[in-house]
Every structure is written in structure tokens, then in C-alpha cells.
Design a binder for this molecule. Structure first.
Ligand code: SF4
Ligand code: F3S
Ligand code: FES
Length: 234
């Protein structure tokens, strides 16, 4: 099938404003949008710049705004988005070049929630045991691949000029707060209670729609809000 791609471009060395390049390509309906971008880069315009690595929905590096919605280019089939495809960088993060955004602010927020096990008790001889039920409490939030599709689709994130900690960091905080082996809940509750923490969420639900891993982000956010209200995990 014939596909028409419209891609937002920006080279900070030569451009004052973003502009659009347009490309006609031949593609199979079951090709992914990433295949279409590759065709443009490999056969039409080698300067086109975007991130990708695994091509299988695992690394989270090719989250893009495709026909106005945040998705992974390697997971979206062309037949599902149609013959006219618009591709833009994620909104709310500074553009480095074309479709590549600067993720440093995003990862700084991730680091700020202490995304690692906090437990000062002496290490047991073997592993720290956990019941199946306790493991299930945070199973959903372990699926996050840090693609930023949620945070960069959130109106509260845009409204706070990127200062709001955002759903991805809250998901990561949830993953450790609700882990029965972790003892860092007070530290994380305090981080979440910051002016730019979990209470900036206005339950817009854009994050849930954007998540390529199908994580129930608003449920995780509600549980973190409840923990912040009670001052402890229950
Ligand atoms: Fe991506 Fe989903 Fe993780 Fe957000 S929660 S960073 S959308 S995988
Ligand atoms: Fe934003 Fe998701 Fe809350 S889109 S406002 S973090 S429900
Ligand atoms: Fe790795 Fe798409 S290239 S998630």
C-alpha cells in the first residue's frame, strides 16, 4: 500500500522553528511505523533522526506522537493508523533533533523516587522471601519500560512546564513502595507529597491510554495518593 508520512523536523544548528518533511513510501499493512521511518531514513533522507533499539516494544526508546497519540513506533501497525501518518516528537521535553527529545529531566524524576530496594536489615542467608499475594501487589508496575509516553501525554505535566514528577515516576515509586521487602515508604511518601508530586495528578487518564504496556497507571496513582494521605502503606 502507498503510505504518506508527514514528519516533524528540527535541526537546532540550522532551523529556528520545527518544520515538516513529507514522504511517500510503499509498505505492507502489517509493517510497523518504525519500518516506515526506517524506509525514509535508509532510502530517502539519511538525516532523519529518531531513537530505536530493540524494535520489539521492550527498550522504550521509540515512543513518539503518531497521529496525535503517544505510542511506540515499533508496536504500531500501519494498517491500524491508516495511509496518512503524522509523526512528531513527544511533547513537553526539549527537542534535540527531529524526533529525538532530551530525556534527562524525565530520568532525573525517575531517579528522584529512589527506584531501588531500601532495606537496612541484615541480609538473610538466602533470598528475602515474599508471598505470592505480596508480590502481586506491585506486579503491574514492574512492567514499566520507562518510555515516557505517559508523562509526555499528561496535561498536568505540560501545565507545570515539565516540573510535575509525572505518572512514570509515580509508577516507579509504586513498584517499590508496595514491595513488602522495601522499607523506604516514608522517604517516598515524602517525595510524593511534594508540591510537584502525586497531588498534581488531576486524573486526566491520558497516561493510561498512552501506556504501551497496558499498566493501570491511574490505579497505581490512586494507591500512592492513599498512602500519602494515610502516611503509610496499608
Ligand atoms: Fe511507558 Fe507505561 Fe512506563 Fe509510562 S508507565 S513510562 S507509558 S511503560
Ligand atoms: Fe496526568 Fe495521568 Fe494524572 S494523564 S493528570 S498523570 S491520570
Ligand atoms: Fe525498543 Fe520500540 S525500539 S521499544
Amino acid at each position: 500500500m502507498q503510505v504518506h508520512l508527514k514528519i516533524q523536523r528540527f535541526n537546532p544548528e540550522t532551523d529556528k522553528e520545527p518544520w515538516w518533511s513529507e514522504h511517500d513510501i510503499e509498505a505492507e499493512p502489517a509493517d510497523r511505523v518504525l519500518d516506515a521511518l526506517n524506509q525514509v531514513k535508509w532510502f530517502q533522507d539519511g538525516a532523519l533522526t529518531y531513537r530505536r533499539s530493540c524494535a520489539h516494544g521492550i527498550c522504550g526508546s521509540d515512543a513518539l506522537r503518531i497521529n496525535g497519540r503517544n505510542r511506540l513506533a515499533c508496536k504500531v501497525l500501519i494498517k491500524d493508523v491508516g495511509k496518512k501518518i503524522t509523526v512528531q516528537p513527544l511533547m513537553g521535553l526539549p527537542i534535540v533533533k527531529d524526533l529525538v527529545v532530551n530525556m534527562e529531566g524525565f530520568f532525573a524524576k525517575y531517579r528522584s523516587v529512589k527506584p531501588y530496594l531500601i532495606n537496612d536489615e541484615p541480609e538473610p542467608e538466602r533470598e528475602r522471601l515474599q508471598s505470592v499475594e505480596d508480590r502481586a501487589r506491585f506486579d503491574d508496575t514492574t512492567k514499566c519500560i520507562l518510555c515516557a509516553a505517559c508523562t509526555t501525554s499528561c496535561p498536568s505535566f505540560w501545565a507545570a512546564n515539565g516540573e510535575y514528577i509525572g505518572p512514570a515516576a509515580i509508577v516507579q515509586s509504586h513498584r517499590f513502595m508496595f514491595d513488602s521487602r522495601d522499607h523506604g515508604d516514608q522517604e517516598r511518601i515524602s517525595i510524593m507529597s511534594d508540591e510537584m508530586g502525586v497531588w498534581r495528578c488531576r486524573t486526566a487518564f491520558n497516561c493510561v491510554e498512552a501506556c504501551p504496556r497496558g499498566i493501570d497507571i491511574t490505579k497505581a496513582i490512586a494507591e500512592v495518593k492513599m498512602a500519602a494521605l494515610r502516611g503509610k502503606i496499608e
